[in-house]
Each structure stands twice: as C-alpha cells, then as structure tokens.
Design a protein around this ligand. Structure first.
Ligand code: NAD
Length: 482
C-alpha cells in the first residue's frame, strides 16, 4: 500500500511545504517504494518553530491551561492514537522491519499509555509551593515550562521514542517541533492526525520530517528553548557541543553495548526464559538501544550457554516484518545491513568463533535481512564487544567469578541497559547494583514508564520516563517577598 503525502503538519494544519523536495520511504522487507512525504527545509523549520512559539506565548495558550485541562487533552490524544494502532503498527513494520507483533504491542500502544500516565502525574503534581524564607519573609517556588522543545527521534522506535519526549513535554506545558528520521516518516502522519482530532491547540505539536541537516538546523534554531535527542552517540556528541555553546538545555539518549550477565545458578532453559532472553538481547532485530548484546557467561557453564544461544538463534522465525509469525525482520536500511555485516566480518577477522548465522538467510531473496548470529570466544576488547552493532548479533564472553563479570560489564564506553540472569533475585539485585548503567533487568528487561530511563557514560545525559522526565521540561523560578 502506497502512502504519498504532499503536506506538512505545522500550526495545527496540513500546509504546503516550502519546496518540492521529498523523502521516499522503502520497505525494509521488500525493498519496494511504499510512500513519500515532503522533506522539510529550513523555511519549514522556521514556520514550525514560529507556530510552536506562538502556541507557547498565546495569552490563552497551552502553558496557561490548568493541569486538569492539559491532562484531559492528553487523554483525548491517547484515545485518538488507540484508534490508529493497526495503521501505525503497519507503517512502522513496513518502514523499519520491526516484526508486526512488536510494533503492535510496543510501538503503537506505548505512546497512549505514556500520555495517560503523564496526565495522571500532572493531576497529582504541584507546580507552585510556598515556604517561609530562611532569612525572613515568604518564598514561592514555581516549576514553569521550558518553552519550545526541539525533539529529534531515530528510526528504530519512532513512535515510542517520540512519546518519551512529547508526553512529559506536553504535561509540563511546553510546545514541540518533532523531527522524525527520514527512514520512518510515514507513521508521523497518523500521529499528526491524532493530534488534530484530540483538539491539541494549533502549533503545540509540529512535524518537520528530514535528515541530519534539518536536525542540526533545529538544534541551533534561536527560537528553540530545549533539545531532546535520541540517536547515536556520535550525533549526540555534536548536538551536545552545539547546545553547550548556546547554553541550551539538552537531554541525550544515546547508544549502548549492554551486558547480559548469566550467573552460575541461572536456569538456562529456553522453555521458561527464551521469550524474556530474546526480548532482552534481540528485540526489534537487534535494533534496540538497551539490548544486552554482550552475553557474559560463567566459565564452568560456558558451553551450556553457547548451546542455549545457538538454539535460541536457530529457533527464531526470520521473515517479512508484516507477517504475524515473524520474530526477526530485516534491518531498517541497506546501509544498516552493510554496517552489521561489516561487524560480522570484523568479528571473524579478530578471532571470535562464529557459532551460528553470519550470513543472509537463504530463503529471503528480497529485503535487508541478516541471520541471527552468535559469536563465542569473544574477548571484551574485540570490536564486536566494544561497538554498538544494532543488528541480531550477540557476543558470548567468558568470566571467572562474579567480580570478573561485573568488571567486564563495566569495561565499556556505554552504560544504558543490561540484565542479570539468576534463580536468586537478591543475588541478582546485588550484581545489578554494581553495574554502571542507567537501567538493568533481572531475568527480563522491560522499561517501566514510572521509572527513570536513560544512560550513563557515552549512553547519554538526563533521563526520560517517570516524574523525573517532567523536570527536564521545566525550570524553577523562586519569588521572594516580605
Ligand atoms: P542517528 O544519530 O544517526 O540519528 C538519530 C536522529 O538524529 C535522526 O532523526 C537523524 O536525522 C538525526 N540527526 C543525526 N545527526 C544529527 C545532527 N548532527 N544534528 C541533529 N540531528 C541529527 O541514529 P539512528 O541511526 O537513527 O538511530 C540509531 C541510534 O540511536 C543507535 O545508536 C541507538 O543506540 C540509538 N538509540 C538510543 C536510544 C536511547 O534511548 N538511548 C533509543 C533508541 C536508539
């Protein structure tokens, strides 16, 4: 099904773009063209920022709405998104190769959950409090919305990661200009329609589909007050530098190379743990930032762990992302597949042992597929253990004892996700506390919307989700009086 769209959603309307340039979207599974949208130019970004600014400064505008009114509008937005779950899921899976079950369960459903969660948070929160001044008199402390937010989103979870930004930003009273990734622009059409249907005021959310130039222009735009970015560490560093120079607040959610630590008492039974293990290490064809792609296995059970992962990889159904039974779809783009294949070649040349996979599946003649791939005898210094691959490729690394496992887990530039596998939750917690990371799971990995999500070290700055994220879209004002 083709989706050709000729307008941009700016200022609450579908408007003509400033140029005839378009972004063409190609199906990751079939390599066929599936749609196009206008490519935003600098003039369109100017218009979007100006619309967001007007919506923010309007005397009756979004930030002046009571938390109750904002919460009600956010719930209408959630209802409008719920109606579009199948449409959004199909767009995502066609574009980036995410298996349809994942795009339906996570991508197309999570944003509404998050909107309702933050609606609840602002109904409970107090944005203004008063206390006696420590040196006499009274002080009022306010939490005010930051203003216009530039939100830059990657292609791997385009809807959820946009919602990680717009849900707390809307709750705080900010307005937004969202820049989707060129690979995944079609799903922002139903998203914008939901914004309109929900009666979110014109200009509160605007979309500027485009590549890195458009993103860079938005980051340094004088009309933007805050940048919220999810993407690669390389781009995050550039954006962080720009924001540092401009003294512009920035949240950076970046890459990862997390460890899945299998303790020596772990069950190692695919029947009972296979689904959780898959989700923690290979979700979305390995194109997920928080995955534990370094599997740390105890020396005395190393061969068992290798066998288990070989069996897991062999059991996965690889196929067209739109088929219900597919567990591993294609890579999002041919460039992404080349990148993944480059790492597989590097793994081989640096001496890791290829246990299974490593090639393209023989039964897929179209689409950017890579076989689920397991490398054993990986040294933590190997390139495949240090760099983010962003594909279905796991590295199995030996450790001697618990302290060694924690040392290897922490011997990484990154610190975003991870997991610990054990029969003993308390023991798992003890290990989890020692891993340098922003988030970690025990016998599973599933981010909790009520808990802060984000990374340490090169995995980012700041946190998303939870009441904590709201504070990234607010600034404090203290008013002293007699
Ligand atoms: P990317 O950094 O290439 O692009 C991400 C987004 O930023 C895109 O919209 C892109 O157009 C834009 N962009 C790129 N360079 C820019 C610049 N200099 N200025 C402004 N905008 C710019 O990343 P990607 O390949 O789209 O996504 C994959 C990466 O995202 C992986 O590294 C992954 O780990 C990371 N990621 C992180 C999280 C997280 O929460 N930490 C979540 C998902 C993905």
């Amino acid at each position: 099904m083709m989706t050709d769209h000729s307008t941009l959603f700016i200022g609450g309307e579908w408007v003509a773009p400033s140029s005839a340039q378009t972004i063409t979207v190609i199906s990751a599974s079939t390599e066929e063209v599936i749609g196009s949208v206008p490519e935003a130019q600098e003039a369109d970004v100017d218009a979007a920022v100006s619309a967001a600014r007007s919506a923010f400064t309007d005397p009756d505008g979004w930030p002046t709405w009571s938390p109750e009114d904002r919460a009600a509008a956010m719930e209408r937005f959630a209802d409008a998104l719920d109606k579009r779950i199948p449409e959004i899921a199909r767009h995502i899976s066609s574009q980036n190769g995410m298996p349809l079950t994942t795009s339906t369960q996570f991508e197309a459903s999570f944003p509404a959950l998050l909107l309702r969660y933050y609606a609840g948070v602002i109904r409970e929160a107090t944005f203004e409090s008063e206390h006696p001044h420590l040196m006499g008199g009274r002080t009022v402390v306010r939490r005010e919305p930051m203003g216009v937010v530039g939100a830059i989103v990657p292609w791997n979870f385009p809807q959820s990661l946009a919602a990680f930004k717009y849900a707390p930003a809307l709750a705080a009273g900010c307005t937004l200009v969202i820049k989707p990734s060129p690979e995944t622009v079609l799903d922002s059409i139903p998203l914008a329609e939901a914004v309109k249907e929900a009666g979110i005021p014109p200009g509160v959310i605007n979309f500027v589909p485009g590549g890195r130039e458009v993103g860079a222009y938005l980051v340094s735009h004088p009309g933007v007050d805050k940048i919220s970015f999810t993407g690669s560490t390389a781009a995050g560093r550039i954006i962080g530098e720009t924001c540092g120079r401009l003294l512009r607040p920035v949240t950076l959610e970046l890459g990862g190379k997390s460890a899945a630590i299998i303790l020596d008492d772990a069950e190692l039974d695919l029947e009972s743990m296979g689904q959780d293990l898959f989700q923690a290490t290979m979700l979305n064809n390995g194109q997920t930032c928080f995955l534990g792609t370094r599997i740390l296995a105890p020396e005395n059970r190393y061969d068992e762990v290798v066998d288990m992962f070989e069996a897991l990889a062999g059991s996965l159904k690889v196929g067209n992302a739109l088929e219900e039974s597919t567990q591993i779809g294609p890579m999002a783009s041919s460039a992404q597949r080349e990148r993944v294949e480059g790492y597989i070649a590097k793994g081989r040349s640096e001496g890791a042992r290829l246990v299974t996979g490593g090639g393209r599946p023989a039964d897929q003649d179209k689409g950017w597929f890579v076989e689920p791939t397991i490398f054993a005898d990986v040294d933590n210094n190997h390139t495949i253990a240090q760099e983010e691959i962003f594909g279905p490729v796991l590295s199995l690394i030996r450790y001697t004892d618990e302290a060694d496992a924690v040392r290897i887990a922490n011997d990484s530039e990154f610190g975003l996700g991870g997991s610990v596998w054990t029969k003993d939750r308390e023991r798992g917690l003890g290990v989890a506390r020692r891993v340098q990371t922003g988030t970690i799971g025990i016998n599973q990995y599933l981010p909790d919307p009520k808990a802060p999500f984000g990374g340490v070290k090169a995995s980012g700055l700041g946190r998303e989700l939870s009441p904590e994220a709201l504070t990234h879209y607010q600034q404090y004002k203290s008013i002293f009086s007699a």
